[in-house]
Design a protein around this ligand. Structure first.
Ligand code: FE2
Length: 165
């Protein structure tokens, strides 16, 4: 039976996460590239999946990539689009990215800042202009990046533990 005091139906259930998605502490944002940061929310090592906010304060092409598994997103602020599609993801938009599709994330010049929530499964598989593989990110490379950053900024590598399952 569910015990609201314990917060879980089972002793083996992992602890819940309830965080303000946009942090007050700027150090929580992990630099990804100049003008690009991500904020980890869930790093699920059992499913090879992670949830994060992506924050971009520059315009132009961010990356060309595909995912072998589906991705969903929700635009919290700003605007962006994929060069391969006509639609624009605006503040409040829900986005579904089907597995295997190559797309080029681009932020328009008149957008000072975009923040989007993404739930990513599997990996980010990066490609160049000729669609040749150039690198990848998965839940484990994300964990490594976060730990390095949190160590550097004084939050400590263990700050990340609360988001790992
Ligand atoms: Fe994508």
């Amino acid at each position: 039976m569910y015990d609201s005091m314990k917060g879980s139906t089972h002793s083996l259930a992992p602890p819940e996460i309830a965080e303000m998605a946009i942090p007050e502490d700027e150090r929580v944002w992990v630099p990804q590239a100049p003008g690009v940061w991500f904020r980890p929310l869930l790093l699920n090592t059992m499913a090879g999946q992670w949830c994060n906010l992506l924050r971009v304060r520059k315009s132009g092409v961010l990356s060309k990539h595909l995912h072998p598994a589906p991705v969903v997103g929700y635009v919290i602020k700003g605007r962006w689009h994929y060069l391969e599609h006509d639609w624009v993801a605006e503040t409040g938009s829900f986005v579904f990215e089907p597995p295997g599709e190559i797309h080029t994330l681009t932020v328009p010049e008149d957008c000072e800042e975009m923040i989007t929530f993404f739930n990513i499964q599997g990996c980010m598989y990066y490609v160049d202009e000729d669609n040749k593989h150039t690198g990848f990110e998965d839940v484990f490379t994300k964990i490594d990046m976060c730990r390095r950053h949190y160590e550097e900024v004084g939050l400590g590598a263990s700050y990340l533990d609360q988001f790992i399952r």
